[in-house]
Design a protein around this ligand. Structure first.
Ligand SMILES: *Cc1c(COP(=O)(O)O)cnc(C)c1O
Length: 356
């Protein structure tokens, strides 16, 4: 039995929108899309009068090569946020389905699920074990009949905790015909551990989210992707927006995948890791910081004596941190993104001067 049996039948039966661009290249004159024949004066590159290719082959091949999968195992999306939304819309019938997630975690899984009318089942990370995933309870929760998707974030945002590969693959085997296991590797570029991408094509109910927004410094371009077995990719293509990737986005991602750009990104990643370790050491000396969790991402999660008070003090000094005070188990916790040396120096100076 295929995992597609757990997708919405009406989506499986849907014929995808035939976009005009899909027929481009078949003839030299394209009068089938109501486009302007001229470039706009505002268009430096001169191609924006034409609709972009929905999934440019060069982009898909470049991303697939970089993330280590075959091109048919990848769909490029408007940020990985769009891939999360596509998965939930394709798999979860409104009012009759659920997702499992492990809070505290990235907020968009729950938001997209609620928008779709899917229930959100939380299996909390084990706070006393540096936010480890409780795989036994995840399997138990995910085995309930309405669950279609399980979201695991590795390393997890906002805790920075890593999730081991082996229990994820065990979970995939246990849920093989019941639920798709979605592993969000948004921060994997900052880790030494290998991606689970090597399992794509072998594990039909595994999907992996990657993004260009963090380590690749392209948050403003909005490009991410989902890696999964071909049936899942083809299903999502049926509900993909007709033209999800603006042409300037495609151009900047192709540029970011060039060898020189990738080498520069590698250097930036190693700088961020060094800055993270040095920030960690300096923060340890500050009294009101009660705990700093080990992090595999480009951020640190701290527990302080008064989280909201500290955020207020920092904001008055011109620095924003993410306040997690209202998140269960993260009272008085704040998340600090590792920045440039002057940014890190500024936040440290404010923390050292904090009167509370
Ligand atoms: C930032 C983030 C994303 C969103 O990435 P986009 O590609 O910018 O949409 C996805 N997952 C996690 C865990 C993130 O922290």
């Amino acid at each position: 039995m295929s995992i597609l049996n757990r997708a919405r039948p009406e989506i499986r039966g849907l014929a995808p929108y035939a976009s005009a661009r899909a027929m481009a290249g078949l003839a030299p004159v394209t009068l089938n899309a109501n486009e302007s024949p001229w470039a706009s004066l505002a268009d430096a590159g001169g191609h924006l009068n034409r609709y972009p290719d929905p999934q440019p082959a060069e982009l898909v091949a470049g991303l697939a090569g970089y993330f280590g999968v075959a091109p048919e195992h990848l769909i490029a999306t408007r940020g990985s946020d769009e891939a999360i939304d596509l998965l939930i819309r394709a798999f979860c019938p409104a009012g009759a389905s659920a997702i499992v997630q492990c809070p505290p975690t990235f907020g968009m899984y729950g938001i997209s699920a609620r928008v779709q009318g899917a229930q959100v089942i939380g299996v909390p990370l084990v706070a006393s074990q540096d936010h480890a995933v409780d795989f036994g309870s995840v399997l138990e929760a995910a085995s309930s009949p309405e669950v279609r998707l399980v979201f695991l974030c590795r390393p997890n945002n906002p805790t920075g905790s890593m999730v081991e590969a082996e229990p994820i693959l065990g979970l995939c085997r246990a849920l093989s015909t019941h639920a798709l296991v979605v592993v969000d590797e948004a921060y994997m570029d900052f880790c030494a551990a290998p991606s689970l991408a090597t399992e794509i094509g072998k594990v039909p109910n595994l999907a992996i989210l990657r993004t260009l927004s963090k380590a690749h410094a392209l948050a403003g371009a909005r490009c991410g992707c989902l890696l999964a077995d071909t049936p899942v990719i083809d299903l999502l293509k049926k509900i993909l927006a007709p033209y999800p990737l603006p042409q300037p986005t495609v151009a900047s991602v192709l540029a970011a995948l060039q060898p020189e750009a990738l080498a520069a990104t590698e250097q930036q990643i190693s700088m961020i890791l060094r800055f993270r370790e040095s920030l960690h050491k300096q923060l340890e000396k500050i009294d009101f910081i009660e705990k700093i969790w080990p992090s595999e991402g480009n951020f640190l999660l701290l527990r302080v004596t008064d989280g909201p008070g500290l955020c207020q003090w920092l904001a008055e000094g011109g620095v924003l941190l993410r306040n997690f005070n209202s998140t269960p188990t993260l009272q008085n916790c704040v998340r600090l993104t590792v920045g440039s040396p002057p940014e890190n120096a500024r936040v440290l100076a404010l923390l050292e001067a904090y009167p509370g």
